[in-house]
Design a protein around this ligand. Structure first.
Ligand code: 5GP
Ligand code: MG
Length: 180
């Protein structure tokens, strides 16, 4: 068992070990390799949080596959359009491709809910979502999430790519915020 850690002014306690995470990621890679046999899917990894999950998942795939990395930028639109989320770096043609979106975590579902129509608009052949973490209790925008490594309670987590105010992304395991 590893010790608690401190990031900025908050304490975090070990939650999911590196072994548990890698085991689940390998299982997901095996499932995807089976489901997409002979299809050459295009993975769209949503930065920053999903970089570690995406890298591990991608190296355990045994099929032909492509990957690209995007960032979602949120800005204020007009009064009628509200907040707008745009994808930066989506330079690969996704029309008629089998797309799998890779996200670190789906919390309320707001980000994905706003991003999905932009992908659908380009008419991919198929579209699925794969996440490392899902917080079912936090759902505000229900989404079809096709592949989930871990369903977790509605508590803040860091590590394995996920940050707390910039820190903690380098941690190989996941930590949960300690309530004080
Ligand atoms: P959404 O609410 O739109 O589904 O999630 C928005 C974003 O909030 C996620 O992409 C992620 O960056 C961040 N987020 C949600 N829950 C957590 C968490 O427990 N830990 C960290 N580090 N980020 C989170
Ligand atoms: Mg994210």
């Amino acid at each position: 068992m590893t010790a608690d850690i401190k990031l900025h002014d908050k304490y975090f306690t070990p939650y999911l070990s590196e072994e548990e995470i890698i085991d689940k990621v390998k299982k997901l890679a095996a499932r995807l390799s089976e489901d997409y046999k002979g299809k050459r899917p295009l993975f769209i990894s949503v930065l920053n949080g999903s970089f570690m999950f995406s890298a591990d998942l991608f190296k355990y795939l045994t099929i032909e596959a492509e990957i690209c990395f995007i960032k979602l930028a949120s800005y204020k639109g007009t009064k009628s359009t509200g907040h707008i989320i745009t994808a930066i770096g989506l330079d690969t043609d996704i029309n008629k491709r089998d797309i799998i979106i890779l996200e670190d975590i789906i919390d309320t579902g707001k980000t994905m809910n706003e991003f999905l129509p932009q992908i659908k608009h380009q008419q991919p052949l198929s579209l699925k979502i794969a996440v490392l973490l899902h917080k079912p209790e936090a759902t505000v925008y229900p989404l079809p999430i096709d592949y989930i490594c871990f369903s977790i309670p509605d508590k803040f987590v860091v590590g394995y790519g996920l940050d707390f105010d910039g820190l903690g992304r380098n941690l190989a395991q996941l930590y949960q915020l300690k309530e004080d």
